[in-house]
Structures are given as structure tokens and as C-alpha cells.
Design a protein around this ligand. Structure first.
Ligand code: G3P
Length: 212
């Protein structure tokens, strides 16, 4: 499973750039970075070799396509994040036909994910955390999407998004999701276990007792 970082903060990306497979951003994350949009996208695209999702803000298909074409000029690894909906799906069809990769975002139902795949989206992003926040089952949605895609041989990759904790990442991997996009705070926890720290400490103190 590929691990993307879900952030627009270049210092976070720089720290893990050699280990991650890509980056996803959204307007909220870009606002948090507090820097000019195009400048920050260009810098992120230069830091990672993998895909970098960047979201459009237009609400009509024509406007989305226009914005997407401009964003795609920033770097070869830009992926256009398109919000789910009729207009979004129209934009995805057009952009993918032009060779501009898309990531359908704000997906909360298997039917929405079916439309994304039918339109030829490169990626689809179910938001598991926001579903779980409302006492739903985000991972059940991921499982349904993966089943539907397998039934029809769709090549759209599933990005498990809105990840809240390590368990989301593990469950995504157990289900066979292609990608999990994780906030920095969760990404660093993926390396950790208290028993690993304790084990290293004990090995080092025992090593001191070895006659040299
Ligand atoms: O990037 C999309 C998604 O991961 C946002 O997550 O935490 O705002 O629900 P969150």
C-alpha cells in the first residue's frame, strides 16, 4: 500500500519526502500553510517524485476544467482533485481524456465512487474519518468500493482519506486499499511502538556490559 502525506506544510513533507509515495492537499490544508497557492504547490511538487493532489474551487465543469489545465502546468506530478458531483464527474471525464490525472474527493458513498471510476478517474478519495466522526463506518465504505471496482476491473486507485489514527491505516491495508493519505502526526506514529523503544534501550544498556 502506498502512503501519501495529507498536508500542504513543506517542512512536514521535506522531513518524510524520501519515504512517502505522494502528497494530497485541499483548500483547508493550503490555507493552513499560509503561503501563496501556486508557490506552495510548485515547492511541494519539487520535493516529492510521486503524485501531488491539488484541488480546484470552481463549482461548474467548465470552470473546473479551466482551473485544472492551469494547475497541471505547474508540474508533471500534479493530480487534480475534483469534488464529487455531476459537474465534477463531467470535468473528470474531460480531464482524463486530455491526459490530466484526477482524484475525486469528498466521496461518502459507494455510488459516488462508482461514478468516479466510470468517468475514468485515476483516484477516488473516500473520507473515512468524517464518516466515523458521525458514528458511521468509514472502512465499510472502503470495502464496498474495493468490491465494486474488483467486480468490474476498474483501475481507479482508492485513496483512504480523512485518516484520524494508525488503526485507519492498518485497516486500509488489511482491506487492500491502494493508498492511505495520512496527516503528519499519524505518519510519524506509523514508525513507533513503545516496545521498540524499550527494546533499543535494553540492547544498548546490555551492550555496555560486553567486554571490549
Ligand atoms: O485531504 C482530504 C482529507 O484527508 C481531509 O481530512 O481531517 O479534514 O477530514 P479531514
Amino acid at each position: 500500500m502506498k502512503i501519501f502525506l495529507d498536508t500542504a506544510l513543506v517542512e512536514e513533507i521535506r522531513e518524510l519526502a524520501d519515504l512517502i509515495d505522494g502528497v494530497t492537499t485541499n483548500p483547508t490544508l493550503v490555507a493552513r500553510a499560509g503561503r501563496p497557492f501556486v508557490e506552495v504547490v510548485r515547492e511541494i511538487c519539487g520535493l516529492v517524485a510521486g503524485p501531488v493532489s491539488v484541488e480546484v474551487t470552481a463549482l461548474d465543469a467548465e470552470g473546473m476544467v479551466h482551473e485544472a489545465r492551469e494547475l497541471a502546468k505547474i508540474a508533471d506530478n500534479v493530480v487534480i482533485k475534483i469534488p464529487m458531483g455531476k459537474e465534477g464527474i463531467r470535468a473528470v471525464k474531460k480531464l482524463e481524456a486530455e491526459g490530466i490525472p484526477t482524484n475525486v474527493t469528498l466521496v461518502f458513498s459507494p455510488a459516488q465512487a462508482l461514478w468516479a471510476a466510470k468517468a475514468g478517474a485515476s483516484y477516488v478519495s473516500p473520507f473515512v474519518g468524517r464518516i466515523d466522526d458521525r458514528a458511521g463506518d468509514g472502512m465499510e465504505l472502503v470495502s464496498q468500493i474495493l468490491q465494486i471496482y474488483e467486480n468490474y476491473g476498474f483501475e481507479t486507485e482508492v485513496i483512504v482519506a480523512s485518516v484520524r489514527h494508525v488503526r485507519h491505516v492498518v485497516e486500509a491495508a488489511l482491506l487492500g486499499a491502494h493508498i492511505a493519505t495520512v496527516p503528519y502526526a499519524v505518519a510519524v506514529k506509523l514508525f513507533d511502538h513503545p516496545l521498540t523503544d524499550e527494546g533499543i534501550k535494553r540492547f544498548l544498556s546490555d551492550w555496555e556490559k560486553v567486554p571490549r
